[in-house]
Design a protein around this ligand. Structure first.
Ligand SMILES: Cc1ncc(COP(=O)(O)O)c(C=O)c1O
Length: 350
């Protein structure tokens, strides 16, 4: 607290990111990072771009937008890029999701959504997940200003099929629907092909997870031109150069290396299935995940207690002390060895 704070700062409850521990020997399964390195082309491209550090980067990050556009078969001016998808989402909250009617999102979802709502003074209502922790599209049939959903949802990992997203955008022709696809590459269907047919759909993705570039901070949105223009207007009223030249070069190289992408995501999905089977065999209830993490609870152990005991044994997972999910652990899919270690450790603790 300080007398220099503006009233808005007094009222904030900032997002708390997962722990980034200083100790090296911990098995870190708490922030959904990729356990494998990015494409080997990424450091080469970054080293080459270092020659141009004297200059400001391209404010429009044209090469990156063109690379993403070619990958998704959309026009480059339908792509917006930012400093992590968190920044892209924040701009969407400010520029597209603030209306008189409330913004809708699930009661259990990405915990940054209420934080941005508070920061930008956006009235919102949460829609409960059903008893199986699924998003029910029918529950969103109510007056609203806009809707935002992660797909797969976080932290449940449960995905909706593309058809359900199509139904949602069709049922709300006058409201914007933002789909946060941070984890889509691990087995869900992207809504990007729907963008051509729906002017009320914005899809947001990140290179932090499936492209293993959490440290580079690159995210993007795909939507029809007026939506992208809104994001550009916010960006150019905030920071014209959100992506440095190194980030642009590294991101382009990552997206172009399809073979690396395919191999590492396939490994992660195979490990996820093995991890889910192992936890189930130990008596855990594991929600069906299409992400690079599983959300699991044990009928005889509290989530907080299990997380604390795993931590003492050198394994960090994420626990949310929140209604409905306090008994769950969110466990990032690590390498094959890390997953085996987690199973051994859990077996010894339950
Ligand atoms: C659902 C969801 N959306 C967006 C993000 C933000 O990702 P980034 O800012 O690294 O692109 C995360 C990060 O964990 C997430 O879980």
């Amino acid at each position: 607290m300080s007398r220099f704070w503006s009233p808005v700062v007094h009222g904030l409850s900032p997002y708390v990111p997962g722990e980034q521990p200083k100790l090296d020997n911990l098995i870190k399964l708490n922030t959904n990072e990729n356990p494998y390195p990015p494409s080997p082309h990424v450091p080469v491209a970054i080293a080459a771009a270092a020659d141009r550090l004297r200059l400001y980067p391209d404010p429009g990050a044209t090469s990156l937008r063109e690379t993403i556009a070619a990958y998704y078969d959309v026009a480059a001016d339908q792509v917006f890029v930012g400093n992590g998808s968190d920044e892209v989402l924040a701009h969407a909250f400010q520029g597209l999701l603030k209306h008189d009617a409330p913004l809708l999102f699930p009661d259990i979802t990405y915990s940054f959504f209420p934080v941005w709502s508070q920061l930008y003074g956006i009235r919102h209502e949460t829609i409960p997940l059903d008893a199986a922790m699924r998003v029910e599209i029918a529950d969103y049939r109510r007056p609203c200003g806009a809707i935002i959903l992660p797909n797969p949802n976080a932290p449940t990992g449960i995905a909706l099929p593309r058809e359900a997203i199509a139904q949602l955008v069709t049922e709300h022709p006058d409201q914007l629907v933002v789909i946060d696809e941070a984890y889509v590459d691990f087995g869900a269907e992207s809504a990007v092909p729907l963008v051509a047919h729906h002017d009320n759909l914005l899809v947001v993705q990140t290179l932090s997870k499936s492209r293993a570039l959490a440290g580079l901070r690159v995210g993007f949105a795909i939507g029809q031109r007026p939506l992208i223009e809104a994001l550009e207007r916010v960006k150019d009223s905030f920071n014209s150069y959100p992506l440095g030249g190194l980030a642009i070069a590294g991101a382009v190289a990552a997206i172009k290396d399809d073979a690396w992408f395919a191999e590492t995501r396939a490994r992660i999905m195979a490990s996820r299935e093995k991890l889910a089977r192992g936890l189930t065999a130990l008596g855990f209830e594991v929600l069906p995940s299409a992400a690079n993490f599983v959300f699991a609870r044990h009928p005889r152990h509290s989530g907080a207690d299990l997380a604390a005991r795993l931590r003492r044994h050198g394994v960090i997972v994420r626990h949310f002390a929140k209604p409905r999910i306090a008994d769950f652990l969110r466990i990032t899919v690590g390498t094959e060895e890390q997953c085996e270690r987690l199973i051994e450790m859990a077996a010894s603790l339950i």
